[in-house]
Design a protein. Structure first.
Length: 519
């Protein structure tokens, strides 16, 4: 099945099994805003725990924070968001559709890249093991022409973005004959800047209401609390502050399900360091964060780094960790070297000293910052799309059937085990309840007695439950049950008193975290 069709099925699956609903669906929904259902919330909470514990438990010099969404409006002047947190937008006069001008150009570049990759794949097949990709890229005339086209365009594009040259952005779209995907025409408006922050008012108008913003990143809550945490926690450089919370951006084009939303959650960590050590810490956090992602087990080849040429206003160096989503490689996390930009700006606009006194050198200075910034919803999408499988399986009568299974890392699964009495009589429900009452303190368990055992297994596969425990008549004789493993569908008979240790071995967060500490 084509990747786009599988992605459509995944979106339907998320709704059918209580993972994600469109916000305000009964009123026909609100664009690019989503709610997490009963299973989605559990999965999301488990992702948060994985991130939070990896920051707070594994690093004695990282502490947590929970700052407010509303902040003093000067925060956003200082951070540069009022002046520069803009996207260049352009409208097509025929389709009346609105686009980000930079997206249109990037998609055009991606199309040329796809042509190059197609050419390379063909050559790989033809030459087999002897294929030398580097040499092919440097000598094949068609690849070279396309690569040169990308290089020239990229240089012009990066310059226009850096210099905020909206006229040239439009001219690039015209020069390269980029057409509207809907109308197919090149009848474009001018490019205009559009600020992404949502504004609202605080206080009553009569008393002079104040215009405030919904935070577009959680990081600023950390910067303005830097001195509070440093002083009250007696923190010494280097140290980090981690936070999980909502952020809001009025995205011009929101698409690909929960990939780009208007209300979303971030998991950010600001690492405060001595100036001059930023290169070393940037490399350190790149590696630590990549390891965190790869430990989820979705295949190392699914991730890559992408170094930014086009930098956000606060960054001196930036790298994205990209994942191969069903719609291609896209950013899931940003690692940014932010220098002393934010603290320096807040110091200037607030008039408060935000310096660190170094007892070793007897000098005070504004610390530098390396941040790791992960989108929680994007991580959710990464995990659920990598875990989603439509498998063909053989039924007992030999015919073929499709099973939909979420192969989630057990530690993240919303429900860890389902307890299923084979029939609703002969004392089997009572034994099942006793097992559940014993295990519910350790694991999220589900009890199910309706429908055939096969159907119940399928429902649990569909939400990613790693273990199904079936209580049958033999249980009443010898205190054993069958345990069925989600991925292999293998079953084995085990003693009831062994269940806790078998299950905790795979779903225990602390064992999972230990993997991160190994080299
Ligand atoms: N503090 C730095 C910062 O906010 P960013 O690259 O703009 O950097 C960090 O955002 C991460 O937040 C992204 O890698 C992405 O995972 C997530 N993110 C950003 N905008 C988003 C949106 N509209 N919807 C969902 N996630 C988003």
């Amino acid at each position: 099945m084509a990747k786009e069709d599988v992605f459509k099925n995944l979106i339907a699956h998320c709704k059918e099994y209580g993972f994600i609903f469109q916000s305000s669906e009964i009123y026909d929904g609100l664009s690019a805003v989503y709610d997490y259902g009963q299973n989605g919330t559990e999965l999301k909470n488990n992702i948060k725990t994985y991130w939070w514990d990896s920051m707070i438990l594994l690093n004695e010099n990282i502490v947590g924070l929970d700052s407010a969404i509303f902040m003093h409006p000067k925060t956003w002047k200082a951070s540069g968001h009022i002046d520069t947190f803009n996207d260049p937008l352009i409208d097509n006069k025929d389709s009346k559709k609105r686009y980000r001008a930079d997206d249109l150009i990037e998609e055009y570049i991606e199309k040329i890249e796809a042509k190059i990759n197609k050419e390379i794949d063909k050559a790989k097949k033809k030459f087999g093991d002897t294929f030398d990709e580097k040499m092919y890229r440097e000598t094949n005339p068609r690849v070279m022409v396309n690569q040169e086209k990308i290089n020239i365009l990229n240089e012009r594009f990066v310059k226009a973005m850096k210099e905020n040259d909206l006229e040239d952005l439009r001219q690039i779209i015209l020069d390269y004959e980029i057409a509207c995907p809907v109308s197919g025409t090149r009848n474009w408006t001018d490019v205009r800047q559009f600020n992404l922050m949502f504004a609202t008012e605080m206080g009553s108008t009569a008393n002079g209401a104040m215009k405030i913003y919904l935070r577009p990143e959680t990081a600023q809550g950390i910067f303005v609390n830097y001195i509070n945490v440093q002083k009250t926690g007696r923190m010494k450089l280097p140290f980090g502050i981690a936070q999980i919370g909502k952020a809001f951006r009025n995205e011009i084009v929101a698409r690909q399900f929960i990939f780009r939303m208007r209300e979303f959650e971030q998991m950010e960590m600001q690492y405060f360091i001595k100036p001059g050590t930023e290169k070393e810490w940037f490399e350190h956090w790149k590696n630590v964060r990549m390891k965190w992602h790869k430990a989820l087990g979705f295949g190392d080849e699914s991730y890559r780094f992408y170094d930014h040429e086009k930098l956000a206003h606060y960054a001196s160096v930036a790298t994205d960790i990209e994942f191969n989503f069903p719609f291609g490689f896209r950013e899931v996390e940003g690692i940014h070297s932010r220098t002393d930009f934010d603290l320096g700006q807040h110091q200037k606009l607030s008039g408060k000293k935000l310096q660190y006194f170094d007892p070793e050198t007897n000098k005070s200075f504004v610390p530098y910052v390396v941040e790791t910034s992960l989108g929680l919803d994007r991580t959710f999408l990464l995990i659920i799309s990598a875990a989603y499988h439509e498998e063909e399986i053989k039924k007992e009568d030999g015919s073929l059937d499709t099973r939909v299974v979420l192969k989630l890392p057990p530690v993240l699964a919303p429900v860890k085990l389902a307890i299923l009495p084979l029939v609703k009589k002969d004392g089997l429900p009572e034994i099942s309840r006793r097992i559940m009452n014993d295990l519910k303190y350790d694991f999220n368990c589900q009890y199910e007695e309706k429908d055939s055992i096969g159907r119940r297994y399928r429902r649990q596969d569909a939400i990613g439950t790693p273990y199904c425990i079936t209580v049958d008549h033999q249980t009443t004789q010898d205190n054993t049950v069958t345990i069925r493993y989600r991925d292999s569908m293998q079953q084995e008979r085990v003693k009831i008193n062994k269940l806790r240790s078998i299950i905790s071995e795979k779903v225990d967060m602390s064992s999972f975290l230990r993997k991160l500490d190994k080299d």
